[in-house]
Design a protein around this ligand. Structure first.
Ligand SMILES: [Zn+2]
Length: 438
């Protein structure tokens, strides 16, 4: 049963009790009106030092390749750069503890980026899975190994998916069916995933063709791009027909710990990150990655979008997190230095914006501007990603008034700086929350 309190203002708390799943809003003093028991609260005062003790003492689950290293590897990190604790990278089918009742595992991906990090959150009566891996038998086999050896005899009681991309949501249907466990997602991510994984639309493709035509890419690439717009049903298991909604600032109480939902935007429309302040842990999904930058793209489904403004705006909230927060990303390695990484990501996009502005003294198409951002030779597949990223930066500048866009006589958009001379944009990034549409 789910109960939503009507009397409180600040945030929704979702807690899992022995009698089932209940939810209530938390009031402005930070106390929950209902549903959170004393027992559930008893771990909320855990601090980082205690986390280390618990972590060090954590048991090996029977038969599972549970691995950890000395607690000395979890020392408080420097704040001026990223640092990576000396954790064992879990082999497929095994887990590594990264906090009390928080397990890290990996599943393979058949791409240059060859893995995704997933997480398990232990509750008193079962486990929550956070993200699920790409669809297919190979990943399911690894999941079966995890189920057999790493859950200490408890069931999976819920699946939390950060966002709609196939490497995250791909096995949600399989795990949900296997355990009859509910799927938790934000509303936009769930329904977008449902739409993209359903049968291709019979509707005309003229908007898609027009989008690529106006970008200025070659007719051959346009054709490939249009043909590739088939959704991703081949990469994911059929999604559950129902879900449970996550919203920004929700609190999920798991094993007595509050996990606060922090919604990020831009990489995906309503990407859920999970932050446990008492544990000093942030599950960041693809919103914040340590070694690569999340793809921020304009797609043909929303050709006038401004996702980079969404991304930079929603990134700001993570500056408030303590530098002692261990970030658990969906790719690369867990790391410290969330504030530093946020600044690096902002600087990365700032440089791209500066580069584009400097390159648009004369009107140019997105296709003509791509080499300014991506120096290396790109495959057709990479070109599509690069085009989406290039458009995201062009739109950001356009909506801020730094670029004008006009259709030429070949039906291609050409972008030109509105400044007398191409000037650096450094001081103006990140964007205001309300970029101006031109
Ligand atoms: Zn993603």
């Amino acid at each position: 049963m789910i109960i939503f309190s009507q009397v409180c203002l600040a945030a929704r708390v979702v807690s899992i009790t022995e009698s089932g799943i209940t939810a209530a809003k938390i009031n402005t003093s930070g106390h929950c009106d209902a549903s959170v028991t004393t027992g559930e609260r008893r771990f909320m005062s855990l601090k980082w030092a205690f986390l280390i003790i618990v972590f060090t003492a954590a048991r090996r689950h029977g038969g599972c390749g549970y691995r950890r290293k000395s607690c000395t590897t979890m020392a408080i990190p420097p704040v001026s750069k990223l640092s990576f604790p000396d954790l064992n990278i879990p082999a497929p089918g095994t887990v590594t503890a990264v906090g009390p009742g928080v397990m890290w595992l990996r599943m393979p991906l058949p791409f240059d980026l060859n893995h995704i990090n997933l997480y398990l959150l232990e509750d008193h009566d079962g486990w929550f899975v956070v993200d699920t891996g790409l669809g297919g038998n190979r990943t399911q086999g690894h999941w079966e190994s995890i189920f057999d050896h790493c859950l200490a005899g408890k069931p999976v009681k819920g699946i939390i998916v950060t966002h709609l991309h196939p490497d995250h949501v791909g096995q949600a249907g399989f795990i949900s069916e296997r355990w009859r466990a509910p799927l938790w997602m934000t509303r936009t991510e769930y329904f977008t995933a449902r739409a993209l994984s359903s049968a291709p639309s019979e509707a005309s493709q003229w908007p898609v063709q027009q989008h690529y035509q106006r970008s200025g890419i070659s007719p051959e690439l346009q054709q490939q791009a249009v043909q590739a717009e088939g959704g991703f049903s081949g990469f994911i298991c059929p999604l559950p027909r129902a879900y449970r909604r996550l919203q920004h600032d929700d609190r999920l109480t798991i094993n007595g710990n509050n996990w606060r939902v922090m919604v990020g935007r831009g990489h995906a429309p309503e990407h859920a990150c999970l932050y446990a302040e008492e544990l000093g842990l942030l599950i960041s999904g693809d919103q914040i990655l340590p070694n690569i930058t999340p793809n921020i793209s304009v797609y043909s489904t929303e050709p006038e979008a401004n996702p980079l403004a969404d991304y930079l705006d929603s990134l700001q909230q993570f500056r408030a997190l303590a530098d002692s927060t261990l970030v658990l990303p969906a790719h690369n390695l867990p790391f410290y230095g969330v504030g530093h990484r946020v600044q690096q990501l902002i600087d990365h996009h700032r440089q791209k914006l500066d580069t584009l502005l400097a390159a648009t003294g004369k009107p140019k198409s997105a296709a003509e501007l791509m080499p300014a951002l991506f120096k290396r030779e790109l495959s057709p597949h990479q070109t599509m990603f690069a085009l989406g990223e290039c458009l995201a930066h062009l739109h950001y500048l356009m909506y801020r008034g730094d670029l004008q866009r006009e259709l030429d006589d070949r039906d291609i958009y050409r972008y030109r700086s509105t400044r007398p001379q191409a000037q650096a944009t450094t001081a103006a990034v990140p964007a205001s929350a309300t970029p101006t549409r031109v």
